[in-house]
Ligand binder design. Structure first.
Ligand code: TYM
Length: 342
């Protein structure tokens, strides 16, 4: 049976990349599968977080899940720190994963920056905790944006090595689900950079809580080029923009990708719509579709965060259910490893 697990860090504003790359897919999967969606607060503190802000953002991500349409009755929604089995399994995985594997993680290199000596050790072993998040439920499928692909490869390696070392068939080899038209949404200011909550400029991203005016302003100011929008020759046989086009005109590729994803249409259809037109036409249409799809979610999120009783009750209930799922699995692992249960 398929079991879905995924998580989002409460370390900044939820943005359009999180929505199109991940959360929207979480919603689509919940009707067919057993889904567990986590707010990964322990991952967030690998970089400094103000405690009060972390609490607030944990509620905000939860509200984002709910406003996007995840049903807390069918799916399990909870925050990571409330289920101790994640940390328990992460320690075991710290002893399974090899340092050489962690040294290859590009996200660590990006986030640690030049001064690696000053990065927290948590940031370094972060992928082991991520593997534990998934495998402590024996989840089989993980919906994520493209930037998480390398971490999921490490999760597969960890599962495989654990199974081999102990001669068991305990953990499944997970499949990433990198789906949808926009698996890598780029910054509005620089089409070569990923849209990210850590970008110093708020104008680089559309936040899920931005109101119509903010969305319109950010799209209007988004970086553009001076050429007309292209014809269908820039769409490859896989239905995606060709690498040449993305490299030559990253901003045009990004805005058209976002437009098609929000509108729920094929890229080729969006390209046909704007062929020979200028950026102004695209930006106007994109603003309309972005406001129409995000507007109600942002308002709903703000309402839920202001009255947090409901959000807190969802997290409490989810933590109990997650705990019940994780408990027998961590016990099984402890027995395999040889931890005495006197
Ligand atoms: P995080 O919190 O950075 O992002 C949450 C999800 O949003 C996706 N995403 C994007 N997708 C498309 N374009 C973008 N610009 C963009 N930015 C973010 C991410 O791919 C992710 O799916 N390590 C994870 C959180 C995590 C996790 C897990 C995920 C912890 N444990 C277990 C899956 C399973 C992270 O930092 O995501």
């Amino acid at each position: 049976m398929k079991r879905i697990f995924s998580g989002v860090q409460p370390s900044g504003n939820l943005h359009l990349g999180n929505y199109l790359g991940a959360i929207r897919n979480f919603v689509a999967l919940q009707n067919d599968f057993d889904c567990i969606y986590c707010v990964v607060d322990q991952h967030a503190i690998t970089l400094w977080q103000e405690p009060e802000v972390l609490r607030q953002r944990t509620r905000e991500v939860t509200a984002g899940y709910l406003a996007a349409g995840i049903d807390p009755k069918t799916s399990v929604i909870f925050n990571q720190s409330q289920v101790a089995a994640h940390s328990q399994l992460a320690w075991v995985f710290n002893c399974v994963a090899r340092i050489g594997w962690l040294n290859r993680m590009t996200q660590f290199k990006d986030k640690a920056g030049k001064n690696r000596e000053k990065a927290s050790s948590g940031l370094y072993v972060y992928p082991n905790l991520m593997a534990a998040d998934i495998l402590v439920y024996k989840a089989t499928h993980v919906p994520v944006g493209e930037d998480q692909k390398q971490h999921l490869e490490l999760t597969r390696d960890v599962a495989q090595k654990f199974n081999n070392d102990y001669g068991v068939d305990c953990f499944p080899i997970v499949e990433p689900l990198i789906q949808g038209a926009a698996t890598r949404v780029m910054s509005l200011r620089d089409g070569a950079k990923k849209m990210s909550s850590s970008d110093a400029s708020d104008a680089a991203r559309i936040n899920m809580t931005d109101d119509a005016d903010a969305v319109a302003k950010k799209i209007r100011r988004a970086t553009s080029d001076s050429e007309f929008l292209p014809d269908a020759s820039v769409v490859g046989p896989d239905g995606q923009f060709t690498a040449e086009f993305r490299q030559a005109r990253p901003e045009a590729a990004n805005l058209m990708t976002i437009f098609a994803a929000l509108k729920g249409e094929e890229l080729s259809q969006a390209v046909a719509e704007f062929e020979g037109k200028g950026f102004a036409d695209l930006k106007k249409a994109l603003t309309d579709v972005a406001v129409a799809s995000l507007g109600h979610m942002g308002a709903e999120m703000k309402r839920m965060v202001n009255d947090s009783h409901y959000v807190d009750s969802v997290l409490r209930d989810g933590a109990e259910r997650a705990q019940a799922l994780a408990e027998p699995i961590i016990k099984e692992v402890y027995d395999i490893v040889g931890f005495l249960r006197p």
